[in-house]
Design a protein around this ligand. Structure first.
Ligand code: FES
Length: 172
């Protein structure tokens, strides 16, 4: 298929993903996942979602219901590193709210009015997110830095982890 011209983004790479996926039932999920991976700052901008909807002949509303259901899809640009703080009951009772506040403070992120669940630093280096449960409640409180999970996190341990993270350039 001939590439569509968009005033917002180059559709060629997204068309290649769509063309490479076969007609399996999981096609839409795979396309969305791959599209997010190739988008700078790992998210799904609206023009990309519209393009996918048009190419796959799927209602945009269905695409939105999918990307808002699965927490690994992002609708906002993400930082180079992601810190995920568990806010489930077990982690909450063992101090995860304090850890969340601590992470935001240490990374200099001030949540904007009405912003919940995902916060990104102005320099786009860090995104701090919350999750409902990592499934490791016995080891609460639990956080993840990029893809690595840390358990029994204390304020001291957090400080050490964030110092190490700050010394890294980009996600490895
Ligand atoms: S509540 Fe945090 S891991 Fe389950």
């Amino acid at each position: 298929m001939e590439a569509t011209k968009s005033p917002y983004f180059d559709t060629v790479a997204y068309d290649a993903i769509i063309d490479a996926c076969n007609d399996s039932p999981g096609r839409l999920l795979t396309v969305l996942e791959e599209a997010q991976k190739i988008t700078p700052h790992q998210y799904l901008p609206e023009p990309v979602l519209r393009h996918i909807a048009k190419r796959l002949d799927v209602p945009l509303s269905r695409i939105y219901s999918i990307v808002t259901f699965y927490s690994f899809f992002n609708l906002k640009p993400q930082g180079d590193h992601t810190i995920t703080v568990c806010r489930g009951t077990a982690c909450h009772t063992r101090g995860s709210k304090m850890l969340l506040d601590d992470v935001l403070l240490r990374l200099g992120i001030k949540p904007k009015e009405g912003e919940t669940g995902s916060f990104t630093s102005e320099d786009m280096r860090f995104t701090v997110k919350t999750v409902a449960c990592f499934g490791q409640c016995a080891l609460a409180p639990v956080i993840a830095i990029d893809e690595v999970i840390y358990s029994n996190v204390t304020s001291e341990k957090l400080e050490t982890l964030l110092k190490k993270l700050a010394s890294r350039k980009v996600k490895s």
